[in-house]
Design a protein around this ligand. Structure first.
Ligand code: TXA
Ligand code: MG
Length: 330
């Protein structure tokens, strides 16, 4: 039988792009070692060439095929990949020469991870090559966490979407870089995600890069501009009293836990209220629904989406990061 997995492998071998499920968000995949195939990712997404791609490998044993692990951080890298791979942790390391410059946007480093999604795994094993895959959305738009969402973003621009159901985490991987340090190595979070600061603290001193001052050329390029953005303007409130509805305007609310006591539900005659994690509020549950809810509210045609803030710990750090970026105009 000709399965979707076989068809995906066939297309990737032929130098084409395909959308694949991962445990974080759907990715737009191509053979990472084929510059012509990689160019198709940038074209389909409308992504500027200065924004580097994440390289996925089939398992941790392949790390040294795409990256060099400096001696000074080797112990920490091994500890981290033993603990978190396969999974939503991406390491930025010096790149091997085989990785095309178009993948890394000319940087001397490469961002690498191993996906735990079983369908992704079968496809990358079938291809026997590393896969470059950014999130499968148009550049700057909301990341897709279902095959339907990929269809809405890229229909007509790519030959295949492999439907693996909803993504388990719902937010893009945590991206880190590691530097030697004493007594502990320094772990810098370049993009917060499902592996939290608390998770990483066991392995070193952790700092979260301030993504508004990150040096575009060397750190996390492409992370600066407005990103994860709905077409509808989005406003992130820091407290309910910051908001007064304007006469005649239509609003939708993205609420964290839908609790009256938080004070956001009554701010306006909201056309729609969607709750990320009904009840007590659980950050990982909110994360799973986050991009889906943002996408759904964006389709209502309201004048503004109002977002409640979340607690800035655990996965709340990653969601607040996405909300701040989604609220940026340019
Ligand atoms: O969960 C994920 O990471 C998903 C799935 C598909 O794996 N991928 C993803 O890719 O989110 P993307 O393209 O949306 O985000 C990749 C980001 C870039 O925007 C850039 O900030 C960072 O990864 N990046 C890639 N290579 C880098 C490098 N060499 N140095 C620093 N940052 C890098
Ligand atoms: Mg993305």
């Amino acid at each position: 039988m000709h399965t979707a997995v076989e068809e995906a492998v066939r297309l990737l071998r032929a130098g084409d792009v395909v959308a694949l499920p991962t445990e974080t968000v759907y990715g737009l995949a191509a053979d990472a070692l084929n510059p012509a195939a990689v160019a198709k990712i940038f074209e389909a997404k409308g992504r500027p060439s200065y924004d580097p791609l994440i390289v996925h490998i089939a398992d941790k044993k392949q790390l040294d095929t795409v990256a060099d692990v400096p001696e000074a951080i080797q112990k920490t890298v091994i500890q981290l990949i033993e603990r978190f791979w396969p999974g939503p942790l991406t390491l930025v390391l010096p790149k091997k020469a085989c990785v095309p410059d178009s993948v890394t946007a000319g940087l001397p480093s490469v961002a690498v991870r191993v996906s735990s999604n079983p369908i992704f795994k079968r496809i990358i094993q079938g291809l026997e090559k590393p896969i470059a895959a950014p999130s499968a959305n148009r550049f700057g738009a909301i990341s897709p966490t279902s095959a339907n969402a990929v269809f809405a973003e890229l229909d007509g621009r790519i030959p295949l979407i492999v439907d693996g159901g909803a993504c388990m985490h719902g937010l893009e991987s945590t991206i880190i870089k590691i530097e030697p340090g004493s007594p502990k190595p320094m772990i810098t979070v370049l993009r917060p995600g499902p592996i939290t600061v608390e998770d990483l603290k066991l392995y070193g001193k952790v700092q979260v890069a301030n993504r508004s001052v990150v040096d575009e050329a060397t750190e996390a390029p492409g992370q600066l501009a407005s990103h994860y953005a709905p077409r509808t303007p989005l406003r992130l409130l820091s407290k309910p009293s910051d908001f007064t509805p304007e006469e005649g305007k239509r609003y939708a609310l993205m609420s964290y836990r839908g609790e009256e006591k938080d004070g956001y539900l009554d701010l306006a005659d909201f056309e729609e209220i969607m709750v990320l994690s009904p009840g007590n509020g659980k950050l990982p549950e909110a994360a799973v629904r986050f991009f889906y809810i943002l996408r759904t509210l964006d389709q209502l045609g309201v004048d503004e989406i109002i977002a409640e803030p979340m607690f800035e710990h655990g996965m709340g750090i990653a969601m607040m990061d996405r909300l701040r970026r989604a609220a940026m105009k340019f």
